[in-house]
Design a protein around this ligand. Structure first.
Ligand SMILES: [Zn+2]
Length: 316
């Protein structure tokens, strides 16, 4: 089979590899799609000094079951599945434990069923534990932010405010359920949010961009005793916060990340059920598709974030 191996920053090489063998508890999946993850793009850019090359990555995979192990009763060849895997997704086939799968309806487009990022976003919303009609402000509306927006809606949030620097993203956020959208380059977001909330600030502020500026901005939007959720990926150097202010405001601080496998699998199941129930729309979020042999171009595009780019997927 063909597999794309990251040999060094900026350089995937397509190699010929044997089709993986499976244990009795695993299934063999013929890959149909694998999403390009922001965390992997940082690896590709060489921003992740701990990485040992060459490395076989790709963890946002879906496909069609080719073969099941002797102990697997729940699935059969031909089933369409989304999978939670820890790598080896940029290849024609992957092997996975049957407990890490979600069975998709045959009509669900597999390149939209990206289990891992959907799980992350769903778990971020579960961690915020939004109550009925609470106001939410999302600071950063990339791929993950736009999934969270829809999940917050499904979970009963009241007014949702979306903040981003890209106008086309703000339009999409509005279509997906944001009541108000603001661009910090052209608006005083803190003032606008105070005006919308009787001077108080929102119940829940979600920082979903992974930058110092967005962390500062989110803290300026949350009401006293409100929740401040840090969901963005803050790797590569320490951050500073105005602890005196955070402390005085009695914020409930939530780390939006989860790490345990069972939480990922739960989140994946919830998210994909929401998607198949048409409460989570993924189609406008997957903006770019590339064949495996153009994987370097896919990563270059994701790193460059050209206008209109939200998410790239390798399709097989
Ligand atoms: Zn990912």
């Amino acid at each position: 089979m063909k597999a794309a191996i990251l040999h060094r920053p900026g350089k995937f090489v397509i190699e010929e590899r044997p089709i993986p063998s499976i244990t009795p508890d695993q299934v063999l999946v013929k890959t149909t799609a694998c999403g390009v993850c922001t965390g992997e793009v940082e690896m590709w850019e060489g921003k992740n000094p701990g990485i040992k090359f060459p490395i076989f990555i790709g963890h946002e995979a879906s496909g069609i079951i080719e073969k099941v192990g002797a102990n697997v009763r729940e699935y059969q060849a031909g089933d369409h599945v989304a999978a939670w895997i820890e790598g080896q997704g940029y290849a024609d086939y992957f092997a996975v434990h049957f407990g890490s799968l979600y069975r998709l309806r045959p009509e669900t487009p597999m390149e939209l069923a990206l289990g891992e990022p959907i799980a992350c976003a769903v778990n971020g919303v579960r961690k915020a534990d939004v109550q009925f009609n609470q106001s939410v402000c999302l600071v950063g509306c990339g791929f993950m932010g736009l999934i969270m927006l829809q999940v917050f809606r499904a979970r009963g949030a009241g007014m949702i405010i979306a903040v981003d620097t890209r106008e086309e993203i703000l339009q999409l956020a509005q279509q997906l359920g944001a009541a108000y959208t603001f661009n910090p380059r052209t608006a005083d977001v803190a003032q606008a949010v105070r005006d919308l909330t009787g001077g108080k600030g929102v119940d829940i502020g979600v920082e979903a961009a992974g930058r110092q500026e967005t962390l500062d901005l989110t803290a300026a939007l949350v009401r006293m005793e409100g929740k401040l959720e840090v969901f963005g990926f803050h790797q590569g150097g320490p951050r500073q916060v105005d602890w005196g202010y955070w402390n005085w405001m009695a914020f409930q601080i939530v780390n939006g990340h989860s790490r345990s496998a069972h939480l990922y699998i739960e989140g994946m199941n919830i998210g994909l059920e929401l998607m198949e129930a048409k409460k989570l729309v993924m189609k406008p979020l997957v903006t770019h598709r590339f064949p495996l042999f153009e994987i370097n171009e896919a990563f270059r595009t994701a790193a460059g974030k050209s206008p209109g780019f939200i998410k790239g997927v390798i399709v097989f």
